[in-house]
Design a protein. Structure first.
Ligand SMILES: NC(=O)c1ccc[n+]([C@@H]2O[C@H](COP(=O)([O-])OP(=O)(O)OC[C@H]3O[C@@H](n4cnc5c(N)ncnc54)[C@H](OP(=O)(O)O)[C@@H]3O)[C@@H](O)[C@H]2O)c1
Length: 463
């Protein structure tokens, strides 16, 4: 859990709200230390004088109307400890707000270095009012890091293929909420206009003709390529061909438009983020894979290699290329969960096949943050696995899903039945791969949902 969220959960407030009270606490502590000491030093003399001057002795003195703790300072060690704690909290809060924490903080909290580069999810979704409120602290506390090159204020215009799909829709929302412009590159204006009606999405331009795609791409600062025919169907030779062609053709078209947009003169997009999939690595019950692992030798690995190969034809001397190998995306409105949740709700949920296959997943919000960060952060380049850092076996996913929706996960579906239904396409659910996001971790990308239980809980809350 990142520290911003930890604070929110543990104390119910975030960094911004923490700074003011802690600063006040610190100031009061310092004043108390200075004047409390003095008054403590003077106390015995004054008490002695009072006792001596009161006829009848100290026992008969009238009781103070004000409680003694308001008159006498608390014990010195308590004040010192409190003030030191306040100072430490203030430093942490300032460091978190400003990006890279100062050295002292990094020694005590080594993991806090992850705040330095990415600032992707929670930070990115802060309102501009919150960001403005903190800029004075940012400049005073942060030192240079990869993420410092990111210009959060620069407005982007992003052309997106597959914007009408499960991932694309959420990405469009995110970009618009951050005041960027979007051009939806689609095969069908009517579909795109029903997903993004002009009345509610004034920042969206829809393009479905070849010339319009070209114009949109030329006028964009970045391009995201998410188009592709869904793969979770029964595979016939024709379907297999279309799964491949839908990706390769759209990617080729986009790359051609980017390359002809004269990016060498500073025109056209400077970044191209293209989707691919963890299927690149093939499947295994025992091995784990990261970005340096070789490709597998099954059909999906072949598709991913071809898909990535076309994307790599972009002129990389002028355009930064990011290839995101996406795992199974978890969200309420699409992907695998949209098919599984109804079964669980009908008490018909359970693992598919043996349940021992690896399930390399990512929450939709994290994937969208990763794409967004790839668009704006020059440190993000090359292949990045779009998966959460804690993959699970399918049996665990089903068990957790059952828990969060309050249903049992007791009805396993035999592999044979799935093969009968999906043919060769059954491999999508019966075989998996354990994929680790080494690059995202190295870049300091901060996941909102590193654990599947939290991801599923968040999704179940929206049901
Ligand atoms: N969702 C996952 O779990 C997951 C996992 C790994 C990889 N990925 C990859 O990530 C990308 C986005 O995923 P998604 O779940 O958002 O996909 P999606 O919901 O299936 O949407 C993909 C979009 O691609 C376009 N498309 C569909 N069929 C096409 C065809 N035959 N030819 C050309 N374009 C076609 C459609 O846009 P228009 O109709 O507007 O043209 C569609 O909205 C896909 O490339 C997918 O393979 C997804």
């Amino acid at each position: 859990m990142d520290t911003e969220r930890f604070l929110r959960v543990a104390v119910g407030i975030g960094v911004e709200e923490l700074v003011a009270p802690v600063a006040v606490w610190l100031a009061v502590g310092v004043v108390w230390l200075i004047f409390g000491q003095q008054s403590k030093a003077g106390m015995p003399t004054r008490q002695k004088e009072r006792k001596e001057s009161y006829p009848g002795g100290a026992e008969n003195q009238p009781k103070h109307l004000v409680p003694s703790f308001l008159i006498q300072p608390p014990p010195l060690p308590l004040v010192q400890a409190g003030t030191a704690a306040a100072a430490a909290l203030l430093l942490i809060a300032l460091a978190l707000a400003g990006g890279r924490p100062p050295m002292a903080i990094r020694i005590f909290f080594p993991s806090s270095t992850s705040f330095s580069t990415a600032q992707p999810s929670s930070t990115a979704t802060r309102t501009s009012r919150q960001r403005r409120g903190f800029c004075c602290f940012c400049s005073s506390t942060s030192s240079a890091g990869a993420g410092d090159e990111v210009s959060s204020s620069s407005m982007m215009t992003v052309s997106i293929t597959g914007a009408t799909g499960f991932v694309g829709r959420r990405l469009v929302h995110k970009l618009l909420s951050e005041d960027h412009k979007v051009c939806v590159l689609t095969r069908s204006t009517s579909k795109a206009s029903s997903v993004f009606p002009a009345s509610r999405y004034p920042g969206v331009t829809v393009a479905d003709k070849e010339g319009d795609w070209e114009r949109c791409i030329r006028d964009s600062t970045g391009v995201v390529n998410l188009a592709g025919m869904p793969i979770s169907t029964r595979w016939s030779p024709e379907i297999k061909r279309e799964i491949l062609q839908s990706r390769v053709n759209v990617t080729s078209k986009v790359v051609d438009h980017i390359n002809s947009s004269d990016s060498s003169n500073g025109n056209g997009p400077s970044v191209f983020v293209s989707a691919t999939a963890v299927g690149y690595y093939g499947t295994s019950e025992t091995d784990s894979f990261d970005e340096s692992s070789p490709s597998g030798n099954d059909y999906l690995a072949h598709v991913c290699r071809e898909w990535e190969g076309r994307a790599r034809q972009v002129k990389q001397e002028h355009v930064r290329l990011v290839l995101i190998r996406i795992g199974v995306v978890l969200g309420k409105d699409g992907g695998a969960l949209a098919k599984m949740i109804p079964l669980f709700m009908m008490f018909a949920g359970g693992p598919l096949g043996t349940g021992r296959q690896w399930f390399s997943w990512i929450h939709l919000d994290d994937l969208v943050d990763l794409i967004y960060e790839s668009l704006r952060n020059p440190a993000y380049t090359g292949v990045i696995n779009g998966t959460a850092p804690n993959p699970v076996r399918l049996s665990e996913l089903c068990e957790r899903l059952g828990q969060v929706v309050g249903r049992p996960s007791w009805l396993p579906v035999p592999g044979l039945a799935i093969k009968a239904l999906l043919g060769e396409g059954a491999t999508v659910v019966l075989d998996g791969q354990k994929v680790l996001p080494a690059r995202a971790t190295q870049l300091g990308f901060s996941y909102r949902y590193p654990y599947v239980r939290d991801a599923l809980k968040a999704i179940a809350k929206q049901l």
